[in-house]
Design a protein around this ligand. Structure first.
Ligand SMILES: Cc1ncc(COP(=O)(O)O)c(C=O)c1O
Length: 392
């Protein structure tokens, strides 16, 4: 059988593959420390669970509008207006099953074959996948360790051409934990303003920020119309399996995105959507408690990694990932990923799962208990010592 050529362009997320391998090893009796997958290990807060159960009992078990239930779009518009200081009306909001459809649909709706999209490298692998699937060309924006994986307008300017159609930003950033400063956003906005360029601003980690307040580029002059703001409930409220996210964009694009939704899944699950206002407007104590716990874990993993000879790691400013430099092990990153799982029972991701500039790095997710992180560090240290000896 022959499949469509476009399937050759579609990428994947290695995290799910490593998770499957790790589970297979566990089934054979091996103990694995899971530092691969990007999801909070906490329970979804009780008030949110109760709201969804209530919605099922109230009969929210049917189709709804493709753009989302009106009361939910309204709640999200109100929340973003207040939280980001960005005036938003409900016709700008599309509610989606997880944040991912926002990015793929935004790319499908905006990028024509041959258009160029500037994508941070390393970066979330679905950006490149979506762009290539749409027939677009990925233009790499290299992120550098010695710059704390941040960038500014001066890094983007040389990449702009007549074909540039979209710039993808992701702050706080997966996989490095870097955060763009308000000044970076000002400069980037000044650069793209006045050009026919959309900005996809992936803000899924907006609430996992250790210092300062999260800002969106959409608040900069003339940027609201050209920015697609992606956020959701997966990370902030430990709701990865619920599949609930949203996009905020200009009303014309929102209609295009909703039409894509009609074609693919009709609507986000109705009773799941009904929990959204409770999550956004209810007490945020659980969110603060999760952040406090992530902060402690960040210290533990950072200190542990930097104490391992030959390994060095920058302090992430947001999200729940560290991206240590492991070049001293003398192995390719994907070999580290494989051998670390097979030999030491630690599931982590090769930096190259996030693009070619991830070579020399691995990503550990510290969305796991301190006890498990410490066990992972012990195993990684022994592994690193063995391999560094071989490398010498
Ligand atoms: C940068 C980034 N964007 C988007 C997503 C997708 O989130 P969701 O699970 O809500 O689809 C993820 C999930 O890992 C992510 O890391």
């Amino acid at each position: 059988m022959r499949y469509a050529e476009r399937m050759n362009q579609l990428g994947t997320e290695t995290a799910f593959e490593v998770l499957a391998k790790a589970r297979a090893l566990e089934a054979k009796g091996k103990t694995i420390v899971h530092l691969e997958i990007g999801e909070p290990d906490f329970d979804t807060p009780a008030t949110i669970r109760a709201a969804a159960i209530r919605a099922i009992e109230e009969g929210f078990t049917h189709y709804g509008p493709s753009a989302g239930l009106p009361e939910v779009r309204e709640a999200i518009a109100g929340y973003i207006s207040k939280d980001r200081g960005l005036p938003v009306t409900m016709d700008q909001v599309v509610v989606t099953p997880g944040g991912k459809p926002v990015l793929t649909f935004a790319v499908l709706a905006c990028v024509d074959p041959g258009d160029e999209v500037i994508v941070p490298n390393p970066g979330f692998p679905i950006y490149e996948s979506a762009v290539r699937f749409a027939g677009g060309t990925v233009v790499n924006l290299p992120l550098r360790e010695d710059r704390d994986f941040r960038f500014g307008a001066a890094d983007i300017e040389p990449l702009l051409t007549k074909k540039t159609k979209m710039l993808i930003l992701n702050s706080p950033h997966n996989p490095t934990g870097s955060v763009l400063a308000p000044k970076d956003l000002d400069e980037i906005a000044a650069l793209v303003r006045g050009r026919d360029i959309f900005v996809l601003s992936d803000e899924i980690y907006s609430k996992i920020l250790y210092d300062g307040t999260h800002e969106t580029i959409a608040t900069r002059p003339d940027m609201a119309e050209r920015t697609i703001l992606l956020d959701g409930f997966s990370k902030t409220y430990a709701m990865t399996g619920w599949r609930l996210g949203y996009g905020v964009m200009n009303p014309t694009l929102a209609k295009h995105v909703a039409r894509l939704a009609t074609n693919v899944y009709s609507c986000a699950t109705s009773f799941v959507q009904r929990a959204a206002p409770t999550a956004l407007n209810g007490p945020q104590d659980d969110v603060h408690a999760m952040l406090a716990e992530f902060r402690k874990r960040r210290e533990v993993i950072l200190e542990g990694l930097n104490a391992i000879p030959g390994v060095r790691c920058r302090k992430p400013a947001g999200a729940f990932y560290v991206f240590p430099n492991v070049t001293a092990l003398g192995m390719k990153s994907n070999q580290v990923q494989e051998a670390l799982l097979e030999e030491a029972g630690v599931a982590a991701l090769s930096g190259t799962a996030f693009g070619s500039n991830g070579e020399g790095y691995v990503r550990f997710s510290y969305a796991n208990s301190i006890e498990n992180i410490q066990e992972g560090l012990r195993r990684f240290e022994a592994f690193a010592q063995n391999h560094a000896k071989v490398a010498r």
